[in-house]
Design a protein around this ligand. Sequence first.
Ligand code: MSP
Length: 679
Amino acid sequence: MPAKKTYYITTPIYYPSNKLHIGNSYTTVAADAMARFKRLTGYDVWFLTGTDEHGQKIQRSAEAAGKSPQVFVDEIVAWIKDLWSALDISYDDFIRTTEKRHRETVQKIFVKLYEQGDIYEGRYEGWYCTPCEAFWTARQAEGGNCPDCGRPVELVAEEGYFFRMSKYADRLLQHLENHPEFIQPPSRKNEMINNFLRPGLEDLCVSRTTFNWGIPVPFARGHVIYVWLDALSNYITALGYQRDETLFKKFWPADVHLMGKDIVRFHAIYWPIFLMALGLPLPRQIFGHGWLTLKEGKMSKSRGNVVDPMVLVERYGSDSVRYFLLREIPFGADGVFSNEAMLQRFNTDLANDLGNLLSRTLTMLERYYGGVIPSPAAETEASDRELMELALETPGRMEALMDKLQFSGALEALWTLVKRSNKYIDENTPWALAREEGQRQRLGTVLYNLCESLRFISVLVSPYMPRTPRRIWSQLGIVDLPELQTWESLSRFGLFRPGLKASRTEDLFPRLNIEEELNSLMGEEEYLRKQEEVPVAVAPRRQPDGAAPEAAGGPERARAPQEGRETRETKEQISLDDFARLDIRVGEIMSVEPVPGADKLLKMMVNLGTEERQIIAGLAKHYTPAELTGKKALFLANLKPAKLRGLLSEGMILAATDVSGKVVITTVDDDAAPGSRIS
Ligand code: MSP
């Protein structure tokens, strides 16, 4: 048997400086869908993801959290792995840059580049953006802000080692010109050429001395290797480059490095040049997808407006979330994430189109054939032929789109078949056939064709929604027939075996009540923002002149302590009537327990005089359950209930937050009876 074709795909390695949000999950879900699609179509796939754990940004985040960098990253990496497992990410390897296999190889790479004269000693004076871990010239960082993220840059002056970028610039330019597919989409290639290559590449500082959280330069004490040289090398260190090279020989060069558009520059300029210097072939493609934003602008943890993918997966299941991410926005373009758009998609595409197709088919099979798949007639009608032709064409159409990483287009092509199948039911009206004398055979053919079309759909949807196929197969009675679940089995329409027994056991995607869902998702977001990120929560969403907060000083400012003070002063005056709308009462905390999977939340039962209520509070970082139990404090009793992590919260504890973020609850004297109102 000839060896299978190989396919190597990577995601960026994520900074474990914070939990990941829906924007980061987007890249990984896309890479996973691609890896699964290639496996389905017969490739030997290697899918790599991981975490980028060194550098000044991580060191500072760890310091702020009062933890050692290693302990700090270990905790977040564990959370990231849980997220990937919740999203069914089928990676073959997860590389952490703090692992020995990576550290040692990066040191070898550095030494090799130094010994061959590509790295030389010097002194760096210029600007640095810590959130992006990027060096900028004064011209690039004009105005004191990073041209990429807009945050303030810092002046850096330190001894360093430099890489001779300029030596390879012409070769890179030539490569880009000879390989138009190398940077995708093409607009990003032009940006690289015009903004970075043509103006001339400066040599790159590849070591730092002002902090120590990095891979040491083996021959120079006090120097750590620049985090992007460290991080980019993961794509080869994980394959065993310079160690056991079996995987490296098999899978390098990568077929595609996937990433967001913000980090294309590092992959399209630094990475190929490092590889050229190492004498290695270049990856075949670098794909920079668009940015996922919210209606109010860029998603950022410091603004407190991130969407937590874990919450969505717990509520709607990973297949639905994956479907939305891949279907909604053409890969490459920017797109707005909104709960409303997501819920609409669930109802139209998943509940109405796919869910209904299966349930209608199964109901009719049950009603007219006791669930046993009938035999089709030999002769076909026009609508049968149209359906068959479309089913047989769909795999090829999808494959062509997937080869261009057009996930949304591929799903659209698949949904054309889903919709055509629903239309086929309407055209053939099986319920009328069932009533007519002599139409039994025709009815059997129609239902058979629907089962077969559903088989095509279920196999084709598997890369995007890996859990759904089994749910379809087990209801259609083919879950134990792997030969009907392969890509190859889609080259013939008519493999479904008559006589198999189908049974309707569940609705694939029950319709959602959009208004109710929106209320609880909003409730949860607002609630979390209020309770978990108090200094941000009080910041006005818009500045008085209507500009977004970023324009008024960048997202970093929202985090600065004085920002909390400033925004408190800007709160508008209210009347006594406004105040009277608040039902603030004394409550006695009867019991408290942690909320599983939510490290900031506590669940408490509170006696509010008239009744006992469950209240979820973002206090776990500030109090232990024992410290709160038995205390009397003030509660807002008429706050609209919200669901957090699936738990109903019916009120809010009032707490005071100082400028450093320290939170203290508003306890009252023990004499105050539970239920006493504040006026
Ligand atoms: N550690 C570097 C990558 C090193 S790769 C050798 C890094 N990490 S990151 O955690 O900041 O970002 C990882 C990826 O998430 C990037 O591809 C980035 O573009 C992507 N995204 C972060 N926020 C995003 C959105 N809001 N929308 C889409 N992608 C986003 O950069």
